[in-house]
Design a protein around this ligand. Structure first.
Ligand SMILES: *Cc1c(COP(=O)(O)O)cnc(C)c1O
Length: 231
């Protein structure tokens, strides 16, 4: 199947999941995760009106951003090193993967130099997996309070990468808990913090994530096919 057909299939499943949950599909942004994939595949999707793409490496994001349509919204979804922040602050519409005060301080500093305000999400390791980046649920409120004091940065919500599993139902509890955490933080009414974005759900589990309140799902394989890391 073509990339466009895959995209339309995923989009239809997004709509069906919204229906099951009594949600408006307009509340959910489908991010096409194009990491490792050629620019030609991204260009195939542009005539459909697709504008949200996700990348996990700074160099790949900036190279694609410089070559492709300025209308594209680039989502930085991968682990971000402080020394690379300067390349991405004015290219990404949303940085999904902030997991420390030091990283946020660097983003704030570079955003100030470029006179932009950067929207970020806090990455939460919802299942407590050793191998994953992200803060614990228990650390999230205090980190939000610290980052909120920085200029040129706005916290828009939370992101998580759920465990890899064959059965998406296994991840429902993590999505539900992340939503609860975002509601709790929203109720604190912290300046510069909204909890309007919940970035959760990938190819294997995005339907369950939407049922549990995801506003942004990040789908790679389901749209572009398997990735080849050997090249
Ligand atoms: C690669 C990646 C995705 C997409 O994964 P698929 O399983 O291919 O849909 C989503 N989120 C993050 C953070 C990723 O790195």
């Amino acid at each position: 199947m073509s990339v466009c057909e895959n995209y339309k299939n995923v989009e239809e499943k997004v709509i069906q999941a919204c229906k099951r949950a009594g949600r408006d599909p307009k509340e959910v942004t489908l991010i096409a995760v194009s990491k490792t994939k050629p620019m030609s595949m991204i260009e195939e999707l542009l005539p459909l009106g697709v504008r949200d793409f996700g990348e996990n490496k700074v160099q790949e994001l900036t190279a694609k951003a410089e070559s492709l349509s300025p209308e594209i919204h680039w989502h930085m979804i991968g682990h971000l090193q402080r020394n690379k922040v300067k390349y991405v602050v004015d290219k990404a519409c949303l940085i999904h993967s902030v997991d420390s005060l030091r990283l946020a301080e660097e983003i704030s500093k570079e955003a100030g130099k470029k006179q932009v305000t950067v929207s970020i999400l806090l990455e939460v390791n919802a299942a407590g997996e050793e191998s994953k980046f992200g803060i614990t649920p228990g650390e999230t409120l205090s980190l939000a309070q610290e980052i909120a004091k920085l200029p040129h940065i706005q916290i828009k919500g939370l992101m998580t990468i759920a465990p890899y599993t064959q059965n998406p139902e296994d991840n429902r509890i993590f999505f539900r808990n992340l939503r609860k955490l975002s509601v709790d933080i929203a109720q604190k009414n912290i300046d510069n913090v909204t909890m309007s974005v919940l970035s959760m759900g990938m190819t294997g589990d995005y339907e369950v994530a939407i049922e549990e309140g995801a506003t942004h799902v990040r789908v790679g394989t389901g749209i572009f096919g398997e990735r080849d890391y050997s090249i």
